[in-house]
Write a protein that binds this ligand. Structure first.
Ligand SMILES: [Zn+2]
Length: 208
């Protein structure tokens, strides 16, 4: 693109036109063809070559009018749906997160102390975190981390996560040997695991 073209590009940008009550923004550039696009904030952009006459652009917009109407509606519906979803997810306040962490500090060490001898392992430090990536973890040294959001899950889910991490003291992987250990301690572990799979994401969204 030459300097002159760059200058033209700047002067032609923000050329806003009104057509059927929809604001259509025309952006000319060194491109070879004309195209229409709807942005996430529902702006309509027409990208056109420098040399295309205004009449050509108007004809393009007219030809595209039913496509535009249809797609504007689709994009709008998508945005409304996203907004709705965001509203139904009640975000946790910092205060609530702290309360959950305090509660977890009482509940989880007790459960760990209860299950460790059943699993047949020892453990190091227990830390409660507010993390968005995982429910629990176990380091090679035996330090255990648990997510404070576990306090919002049913008791058998907390048991499952505690046993899961303790079983990593024996197997630092998810092999069939590992799952065998989990099953020995919690024969019904698949139920809480499924619960976490279907509801865990929604809970974590409350923290984001
Ligand atoms: Zn694991």
């Amino acid at each position: 693109m030459t300097n002159q073209e760059l200058k033209n590009r700047r002067t032609h940008k923000d050329d806003i036109m009104k057509e059927n009550k929809i604001n259509i923004e025309i952006i000319r550039s060194g491109r070879k063809s004309i195209a229409m696009e709807i942005t996430r904030d529902l702006r309509v952009l027409v990208r056109a070559p420098f040399r295309m006459p205004d009449s050509g652009i108007q004809k393009f917009i007219k030809d595209k009018s039913s496509w535009l109407e249809e797609h504007l509606e689709l994009v709008q519906k998508k945005i409304e749906l996203l907004e709705q979803q965001e509203k139904t997810v009640q975000k946790l306040t910092m205060e609530e997160i702290h309360q959950l962490a305090d509660q977890a500090l009482k509940v989880i060490p007790e459960k760990v102390a209860y299950y460790a001898p059943i699993v047949g392992v020892d453990y190091g430090k227990i830390t409660i975190r507010n993390q968005v990536s995982r429910w629990g973890s176990c380091s090679s040294k035996g330090n255990l981390n648990f997510n404070c959001l576990l306090m919002l899950t049913p008791p058998d889910v907390i048991d499952y996560v505690v046993v899961h991490e303790l079983c990593h003291r024996k197997e630092l992987n998810h092999s069939s040997k590992f799952w065998g250990e989990v099953e020995r301690v919690l024969p019904n572990y698949k139920e809480p695991r499924e619960w976490l799979k279907s509801n865990g994401g929604g809970l974590i969204q409350r923290m984001r």
